[in-house]
Write a new protein. Sequence first.
Length: 260
Amino acid sequence: MRHGVYLPPFGELADPRVLADIAAEAESAGFDGVFVWDHVARADEPDLAVGDCWIALAAIAAATSRVLFGPRVTPLSRRRPQDVARETVALDLLSGGRLVLGVGLGSDATGEFSRLGEVDGGRERAALLDESLAVITALWSGETVHHHGPAYEVDGLRFLPTPVRQPRIPIWVAAQSVRRAPLRRAARYDGLCPEASPDRLADMLAVVAEYRGDLDGFDVAVAATEDRDAYERAGATWWLRSLPMGVSRAEALCAVRRGP
């Protein structure tokens, strides 16, 4: 099992310089990865400082040399896929091929979508997620892309440069249950970001294996604070030490300096 840290970019950690410092300490302490929440607002906590995940990822890429890193997870329904394609390739180049793209529907539990006029229905966000992934992976190829979908259009464009990481930047997909659609989506790509108990995770991976044929080379990145051994037995390949939302800079540094 590989080990990472999962950082909430809020409060003192809203500053990308702070996240970069924590990531560098995590790398020095022996962690294999650094992953960041991706939010633009916390409507239920109006006085909370919120950092930009993508600027933070650039700072982390520049401050480290070995760890994998990425968003866990970015809701693609609120992003333009062509922008994500450009940004992810830039981060991949900046880091020498260390980016992992974590994606999902996101949640409107705090009004982060609806209060900004974003699409907030689950089915609509799922459709945008699937179409965005199709566009992003096509643009990564470096080939001329013709995509004429219900939401997005690419009319004979070619995006260069291509990623360092081949055959593509790894994509990890979020899922919370044994519902078929999210797990079928995850099975098409490179990993799963589950929000589930160990027993439920084992059931989820059985469904993924059914779609893929096996789980060879498939990453399973659990972000939690307990039951590491149980998650490993269930099939997790990554254990992300999840730091609490209100963690201070000093507390975060202390946590990562203890090592995996």
